[in-house]
Design a protein around this ligand. Structure first.
Ligand code: NAP
Length: 231
């Protein structure tokens, strides 16, 4: 069996590792957004396919038995392209993504980054990825911003932390206390998340950007379920 894994997430790397251990050939695909990506084991291709036609072309010249869309839940365009291309070629497609975070005290969801930008506090911790920052660029408030690479656009008053997880609850508690954070704004990425635990412990409210609507496809939430589906 040969599987294309659309990646860029921790789950996608775990899936590639597990598939290889089971002797299943896997090609992982990354968008090439970050300068120094964490690479899964095995074959990796980097860069966009060139829209739906490009992905169809790629799948024709690199036949696979299945595609697993293990991209981040906010990578809606890639998911849509995968859905369209796999439908045209009749290639089985599975989504692999962790469930959204459940409601909890101090947690509220907003529909977009623009909406979140209208609800920031005097001192807000933003962990939304560097591409989402233009929505906050004109805000006069102060921000603590954490991203993997240096963002191209930043609000005027900020402190930038270039870092990549996994993070610990103790580390997040320190960061939140040290910067006297009043609000955390993040994407509803799901999965284990130290910053949400730390915010809850300190009574700091959390604004979560709701996930975009994704195309209809079977979805696994664990690597084990994805492997079962593939087999
Ligand atoms: P997106 O908006 O859904 O996709 C934009 C374009 O980037 C796609 O049309 C495709 O280009 C290319 N692309 C995206 N993912 C790709 C992949 N795995 N392999 C090859 N090409 C890919 O995606 P995004 O939100 O910019 O995310 C880009 C990558 O970062 C994804 O791999 C995602 O898993 C990861 N990531 C995203 C977030 C987030 O918050 N969005 C967070 C963490 C990680 P073509 O049309 O040319 O094929």
């Amino acid at each position: 069996m040969r599987v294309l894994v659309l990646g860029g997430t921790r789950l996608s790397r775990q899936l590639a590792t597990t598939l290889r251990e089971q002797g299943i050939a896997v090609i992982s695909s990354l968008a090439g957004r970050v300068a120094d990506p964490l690479l899964p084991p095995g074959e990796v291709r980097i860069g966009g396919f060139g829209g739906v036609p490009g992905l169809i072309e790629w799948l024709r010249s690199h036949p696979v038995d299945a595609v697993v869309d293990a991209t981040h839940p906010f990578a809606a365009q890639m998911s849509s392209h995968a859905h369209q291309a796999c439908s045209v070629l009749d290639v089985p497609l599975l989504g692999l993504r962790v469930p959204s975070w459940p409601p909890g005290p101090g947690r509220a969801w907003v529909g977009s980054l623009d909406e979140a930008a209208t609800r920031v506090a005097a001192r807000t911790f933003l962990t939304i990825g560097s591409l989402g920052l233009p929505a906050f660029a004109a805000r006069p408030e102060w921000f603590l911003i954490r991203s993997v690479d240096r963002p191209p656009v930043l609000p005027a008053r900020h402190e930038l932390v270039l870092d990549r997880g996994p993070f610990t609850v103790d580390g997040e508690l320190r960061l939140l206390r040290e910067h006297r954070i009043e609000l955390l704004v993040t994407k509803d990425s799901g999965g284990p998340d130290a910053k949400l635990h730390a915010a809850a412990e300190l009574g700091i409210p959390v604004l979560l950007i709701a996930r975009p609507v994704l195309p209809d496809m079977p979805v696994a939430t664990t690597v084990a379920d994805a492997v079962r589906w593939l087999l």
